[in-house]
Design a protein around this ligand. Sequence first.
Ligand SMILES: Cc1ncc(COP(=O)(O)O)c(C=O)c1O
Length: 431
Amino acid sequence: MPNVAARHDHDRVWRPWTPISTASDETVVEVEAGDGYRVRDTQGNWYIDALSGSLNTILGYGHPALMKAMAAQTSVLPHFDLTVGMHQPAAELAHRLSALLPGDLNRVLLANSGSEGIEAAIRMTLDYWTSRGEDRRRVISFANGYHGSTLLAQHLSGLPVTGGNWAEPFPVSRVELPLPPAELRTARASELLLAAFEAALCEADDTAAVIVEPFINVGGGIVLPTGFLAGLRELCTRHNVLLVLDEVFCGMGRTGRMFGFEHAGITPDIVVVSKGLSGGYVPISAVVATEQVYETLSREPVLGGLRYGHTTSGHAIACAVASAVITTLEDEGIVANAQAMGALLATRCEALLEAPGVHDVRAFGLIAVVQFDAEQTAVAVEREILARGVLLRRQGDTLMLVPPLTIDEQGVYTLFERLEAAVRVAASEAR
Ligand SMILES: Cc1ncc(COP(=O)(O)O)c(C=O)c1O
């Protein structure tokens, strides 16, 4: 007799970051299976996954190399706590990551999620200054930045959704964007942004670190102007503060380079990667620091090291999958494909600027963002494109298209055709 599992209602699952009033069964697509860049719901409908799961399934679904690595590691050793001992999957991943990164970004701390990685990175920066006998606790970030869900990571952000009425664990200076996102692409915009960061650096003498994303994801899908990151590196060096790059979303090829900051040719002091690192198959994140940061923390007054880690940090199965992701990215030319498919999608999407209701189109690697004149228009387009078999990410008045990096030309054409049709129908309804 086949074992047919009973279907369960969704009502016992408390969905994260979701208004309870909208969490009803009718509005939720229950995804059952995936194949390549597409997923299937329980009704048998297929969708292009233009949000890559949660911006993490960079190699799509059912990738044989990842499944093989996972099965092989599971059968030998699922995990052994790195606080107590060591295992080869962690050692291999640390070597592979440091080989991908510039300068002496060689020391790799492993964790389970982007938020944990950010939390560990901030802890490193604060403990770095304590270890040097300096009381520096301030972090400078973008007010529109988003660095994760844990309390400390939420504290870095100025987005209303991350706000809380509790005592500050450490001071944060949150830099506001000097111009609207659609006007942030010029050399002048870069100068204004750098001036805002410099003002924040000059205002306080207790700054430990600056943290930014190479592309502002949750805070509006914002492409930062050319020259900004290089200028920020120079500012941080001049003011003697650490620069942390949050590559949780951009890292592992999303922007058409292995890391988003590579476009600027800089070397940060600490880099955090997560989402794409395991292709979304298992949870993992990595915090990679320079030799100088690592050496300095050996003088940390309480432990003589970093007081941070979880039972499952550097989980052996996750490490094995992450190394398989790196091999696949290299062997299958995935980063170059992301660059080429991103350019194709961007060119197509730019034509939408003529469409009624479209305010701006911007792109960075295989990230395309369409901003509408009102949130209501974006909601209508989201509804129409879902009906045409595309899952994507809406943030306020913007829609973001971030398909798996393995998507091909046919997939990009189909994705764009569906988007164009959805925009046309939503606009005619609005008239
Ligand atoms: C830039 C950035 N940083 C950090 C995070 C937090 O990662 P996680 O959800 O894995 O904790 C996210 C998640 O969306 C992100 O986009």
